[in-house]
Ligand binder design. Sequence first.
Ligand code: HEM
Ligand code: HEM
Length: 153
Amino acid sequence: MDKYPKLFIKTSLAYLLIGVLVGVVISINPITGVRYGFIHIHSNLLGFMVMMIAGVSYHVLPRFASRELPWPMGIKLHYYLQNVGLLGMICTYLAGYRETIFFLLFGGIAAVSLMIMVYNLFFIFLPPSNNDKIRNDKHTPPNCQEDCCPETK
Ligand code: HEM
Ligand code: HEM
């Protein structure tokens, strides 16, 4: 599995951990929901769910579609922008800057990162152009060491 799909999945699990812990805190003391509800929801949905979907999709869809992503470098950019955006949103929200340009800036960064994901995952289903690399996993089967896979023998 490539570096960034794996990183997406690991990071998504870290956000799930944070989201669930905050959820437990809100359950114990509902008044904290006013302050931490946003963190609970976005850590779980934007952090865990979107990142898990991104990691799995970036790994699986190029194989299903038998072609490279339209913009492979976009995966790395998506990863860093989404983390900066989400963590920035969480910090500015907690610091009481929800209604300032700082929150908007980080929200915008997160939104741009999701646009990259939409671009890459939407256009992967278009037929590859002559310049695209066609993915050929025959010689790099997943989870196979050299000589262990029947196809390579
Ligand atoms: C052990 C895990 C969790 C606990 C203890 C928990 C707890 C809570 C609590 C106490 C609330 C506030 C409910 C209210 O007073 O209106 C809430 C809201 C919410 N939770 Fe969780 N939660 C957990 C996991 C999750 C997960 C995994 C997700 C999403 C993947 C999630 C998504 C949401 C959303 C979207 C809301 C907002 C609902 C609304 O505004 O109507 N939660 N959660
Ligand atoms: C670029 C990414 C995103 C930005 C900038 C953003 C921003 C916001 C903001 C500003 C609010 C209102 C919070 C408040 O005033 O208390 C909000 C609420 C909410 N967002 Fe997001 N969001 C993003 C992505 C998402 C995603 C991907 C999901 C779900 C998959 C989501 C689910 C929700 C929900 C359920 C609420 C309602 C929370 C409540 O009940 O108070 N958001 N979001």
